[in-house]
Design a protein around this ligand. Structure first.
Ligand SMILES: CSCC[C@@H](NC(=O)CCC(=O)O)C(=O)O
Ligand SMILES: [Mg+2]
Length: 367
C-alpha cells in the first residue's frame, strides 16, 4: 500500500474514577491516535504511552515527536508498505516501541480493511469471545477498595487484579480474598519492590494468587529469578518483556512462568503474536495486558486475546471500566466475556465528534 497521509490526534478522555498504581494516579487518559490513509483506505492505531514516562520511558508527547520526525517520513517515502515490513522500515530508529506500535496498528488496520479481513482472522484467533479480568487501582482506604471490587464481581468479571506497593499489599489482598472467595485473584506491583522485600512478598503465598506481576524493575531479570525460586506464587513479567528474544531469555532463566503480552509495549501486534508463539512452544501461558485503551486498541487487544495461548483472563475490561463514553461503540461485558469483533480490520469505527470534543491539540497532518 502507498501511505498518502498520516494524522496524529491527541485527546484527553476523563476516567470514570481515578486510577492509582505504584507509580502514580491519573484521572484522565491522554491518548495519541494515528490515522493513516493508504490507497484511499483508513486505518487507526492507538499509542499506549501515558502522559508522563512513568510506566516506561515513552510518553505521549515524545511518541508524537518520534512519529512525526522519524517514523512517518519513512512510511510516506515508501512505495509499497505492509505491516509485516515495518520492522525493517523502522530499523533505523532504536527503541520507541510504543511509537512504532501505533503506526503498525494503523497500517495493519488499513491493510485488513482493504482486504475485508478481521484482526482476529489475521492474528489467528480461535475463539469468538474472551474471558475478562479487571485491574483495580490502589484505593484511599480498604472500604473503598472492597466496594469497587464488589461492583466488578457483580458485573461478572472473571478475575480480579489488584495494584500493590510497599504499605498497600498484604491487608488489601487478604480483605479482597475474603470478599471474592475462590474467584481468581492476582497482583501487580509495577516494579515497586526490591530483593529486600522477598520475605515480605512470600507472605502473599497464603492467598492462592494466580501470579504476582512485575515486582522488580524492568531490567532486573536476575532479581525475578531469585524471587521465583523463593516464593510459591508464579512470577509474571510485564514491563520487562519488550521482545520475543527477551521473553524467551526470561522464561529460560526462570524469571517468569506466565507472560503479560501488551502489543504497544513490544512494538506491535505482529511481535505480540511472535511472543505468543514462543511462549506456546515453551508451554508458558500468556494473557493480554491493558494500557487503558480506547475502543480502538481494545478491539485489537480482544482479537489478540482470542489466540490459543492466551490461557488466562486479560486486562481486557469493558469500555465502561474506564470511560463513560468511548470513541468507538463501547465494549460491553457479557457474562464476564467480550466478543471478538468480526468486521474488517479492528471492526470498530471512530466517533469523530468525540475526537473533536476531547482534542487537546490540533491534529498533526503529515503527507
Ligand atoms: C497506567 S497503568 C497501565 C499499566 C498497567 N495496566 C493495568 O493495570 C490494566 C489497565 C487496563 O485495564 O487497561 C499494568 O502494569 O498492567
Ligand atoms: Mg502490569
Amino acid at each position: 500500500m502507498r501511505i498518502e497521509r498520516i494524522e496524529l490526534h491527541t485527546i484527553g478522555m476523563p476516567l470514570v474514577r481515578p486510577f492509582e498504581t505504584s507509580f502514580g494516579r491519573q484521572t484522565e487518559r491522554q491518548v495519541l491516535l494515528a490515522h493513516v490513509v493508504a490507497d484511499g483506505v483508513d486505518g487507526w492505531g492507538e499509542c499506549v504511552a501515558g502522559t508522563t514516562p512513568d510506566y516506561s520511558s515513552e510518553y505521549v508527547d515524545g511518541c508524537r515527536i518520534v512519529i512525526e520526525r522519524f517514523l512517518a517520513p519513512v512510511l510516506l517515502a515508501a512505495n509499497d508498505v505492509t505491516a509485516a515490513a515495518l520492522d525493517g522500515l523502522f530499523a533505523g530508529v532504536i527503541g520507541h516501541r510504543m511509537a512504532k506500535a501505533t503506526l503498525e496498528a494503523a497500517v495493519l488496520d488499513a491493510e485488513l480493511r482493504s482486504t475485508g479481513t478481521s484482526f482476529g482472522e489475521r492474528l489467528g484467533a480461535v475463539r469468538d469471545r474472551v474471558e475478562c479480568g479487571v485491574s483495580v487501582g490502589i484505593s484511599p482506604d480498604i472500604e473503598t477498595l472492597l466496594a469497587e471490587v464488589e461492583g466488578y464481581v457483580d458485573e461478572g468479571y472473571r478475575r480480579i487484579k489488584l495494584k500493590i506497593k510497599p504499605g498497600w499489599d498484604l491487608e488489601p489482598v487478604a480483605r479482597v480474598r475474603e470478599v471474592i472467595g475462590s474467584l481468581p485473584l492476582q497482583v501487580d506491583a509495577n516494579t515497586a519492590y526490591t530483593l529486600d522485600h522477598v520475605d515480605h512478598l512470600r507472605r502473599l503465598d497464603e492467598f492462592g494468587l494466580l501470579l504476582i506481576e512485575q515486582p522488580f524493575v524492568e531490567e532486573d531479570i536476575a532479581a525475578h529469578v531469585l524471587l521465583a525460586d523463593s516464593i510459591e506464587t508464579p512470577v509474571c513479567l510485564d514491563e520487562s518483556i519488550t521482545s520475543t528474544g527477551i521473553a524467551i531469555d526470561a522464561i529460560e532463566r526462570g524469571a517468569t512462568s506466565i507472560v503479560n503480552i501488551k502489543p504497544g509495549r513490544v512494538g506491535g501486534y505482529l511481535e505480540a503474536v511472535s511472543i505468543h508463539d514462543a511462549c506456546r512452544s515453551l508451554d508458558v501461558p500468556v494473557w493480554c495486558g491493558g494500557m487503558l485503551e480506547t475502543g480502538i486498541g481494545r478491539a485489537m487487544n480482544v482479537a489478540l486475546a482470542a489466540l490459543p495461548g492466551f490461557a488466562l483472563p486479560g486486562d481486557t475490561s469493558a469500555s465502561g471500566r474506564y470511560f463513560a463514553e468511548d470513541i468507538t461503540e463501547p465494549f460491553v461485558l457479557d457474562d464476564g466475556y467480550l466478543s471478538v469483533p468480526t468486521g474488517a480490520g479492528s471492526g470498530v469505527e471512530v466517533r469523530h465528534d468525540l475526537l473533536r470534543h476531547w482534542a487537546l491539540t490540533e491534529p498533526v497532518v503529515l503527507s
